[in-house]
Design a protein around this ligand. Structure first.
Ligand SMILES: Cc1cc2nc3c(=O)[nH]c(=O)nc-3n(C[C@H](O)[C@H](O)[C@H](O)COP(=O)(O)OP(=O)(O)OC[C@H]3O[C@@H](n4cnc5c(N)ncnc54)[C@H](O)[C@@H]3O)c2cc1C
Length: 373
């Protein structure tokens, strides 16, 4: 339905904003909070097509993590080592900041630690071989000793190679609660929520940007921050931004689960955890790369089957389970696993392509944006 303006809307409610943020996911909301905190008198609008966001922020697995050994080794093959380590530090600090500023209870954070498990002997051996070297790099970068340690037992009854890598500095959080507390903070600060507006185009005007929504509404702002992650691609054709779908399944409650915490496997592409006496498992995108390079939120039967098989054969072998839900979120990737955080011109900024790390990176990248405005 076309939105026809009233005088009050034109002259008051939708008069030009000082700042508008396109995308009210974890990144957009945290950036809005930082900007409003820096300029309390500014009119800051948070624009989204969906009432509770519809991208990755409310659709991930709730991992507070900064990288397993095999993920870090994989990242070293794609990006320079110092860039990988810089990002890792931002993820580590970001998680601590989320817990520190919102409180563990409010975001459902539990410092369970994480385990990396291996289904292939060669992968375990490779990780074991590099473990000490990575620990030294992380000691120098993060100031913590022995982030990763090898555990020989398999107390969880999983069908895996004998040897898990434990990291006590990661944990599980509740993505619903995290999004809720951040939204509450944004709204308390007086950030103006403009939800339900699907932005179709962006154009530059004199010392301003104008966003046009599908219903014909035009929003003018002095400073526009594009923070809609994968969905920024149509607005930024020169940038390397590819959609990457992440699918997840969750079981119905299973009494007496043998583990509590978060688990990584297959270079970080497969992940699982317990939540509310259920098992949540997601990933496997690397096995179906072309198919998962999509904006379609509707999952696929092939990947669903892959996750079910992984659960049945590796995580809880021999134990019957029922699937309660299957959903997906859309992440943003590029050739390098590095976010785009930059000022484009006097009126336009970008904070996009979170490369599957936006939960952990949000606190630090939103500060980088506030420093740019
Ligand atoms: C399955 C899965 C597992 C993940 N695991 C982890 C993890 O372990 N650790 C980690 O740190 N991160 C993880 N992530 C990634 C993390 O969730 C994302 O990086 C982060 O949520 C991105 O936040 P964002 O605000 O940039 O984007 P999004 O959450 O995608 O938000 C973008 C917002 O923009 C809105 N929007 C888009 N286009 C328009 C438009 N044209 N007009 C109006 N609104 C628009 C959307 O509705 C959406 O609300 C995972 C993601 C998924 C899907």
């Amino acid at each position: 339905m076309k939105h026809l303006l009233s005088y009050w809307e034109r002259s008051v409610l939708l008069r030009p904003f000082d700042f508008a943020i396109l995308g009210a996911g974890l990144i957009g909301k945290q950036a809005a909070i930082r900007i409003k905190t820096k300029y309390p008198g500014a009119r800051v609008a948070l624009v989204d097509r969906s009432p509770v966001t519809y991208g990755a922020s409310t659709r991930n697995a709730g991992f507070a993590c900064f990288g397993s050994v095999s993920e870090i080794l994989d990242d070293f093959t794609r990006s320079p080592q110092d860039e990988v380590l810089n990002l890792l530090e931002k993820r580590y600090r970001g998680i601590n900041e989320l817990v520190g500023s919102f409180g563990a209870e409010a975001i459902g954070y539990r410092p369970t630690g994480s385990h990396e498990v291996f289904t292939e002997r060669t992968e375990l051996e490779k990780a074991r071989e590099h473990l000490d070297g990575i620990n030294i790099l992380l000691r120098d970068k993060l100031g913590i000793n022995e982030v990763f340690s090898l555990r020989k037992d398999n107390a969880f009854g999983m069908n895996i190679e004998p040897g898990l890598i434990f990291n006590p500095h990661e944990g599980a959080l509740n993505s619903g609660m995290l999004n809720e507390v951040i939204s509450e903070k944004a709204h308390k600060l007086g950030i103006i929520p403009l939800y339900g507006l699907d932005i179709k185009s962006i154009s530059k005007a004199q010392n301003a940007y104008i966003m046009e929504a599908a219903n014909g509404l035009e929003l003018t702002c002095n400073q526009l921050l594009i923070a809609n992650n994968a969905f920024a691609a149509p607005f930024l054709p020169a940038e390397d931004i590819q959609p990457a779908r992440g699918q997840i399944i969750i079981t119905k409650p299973l009494a007496g689960l043998p583990f509590d915490g978060i688990f990584h496997s297959d270079k970080g592409y497969v992940y699982f955890r317990n939540i509310d006496e259920r098992i949540l498992i997601g990933g496997g995108r690397n096995r179906f790369l072309e198919q998962e390079n999509t904006y379609d939120f509707e999952g696929s039967s092939e990947l669903l089957q892959y996750l079910k098989d992984y659960l049945a054969n590796v995580v809880i072998p021999g134990r019957p389970f029922e699937i309660d839900m299957h959903w997906s979120g859309i992440m943003a990737m590029g050739a390098e696993k590095i976010p785009i955080v930059t000022r484009v011109d006097d009126n336009l900024l970008l904070c996009v392509r979170m490369s599957g790390m936006g939960v952990a990176l949000g606190p630090v990248l939103s500060r980088e944006i506030a420093d740019l405005v």
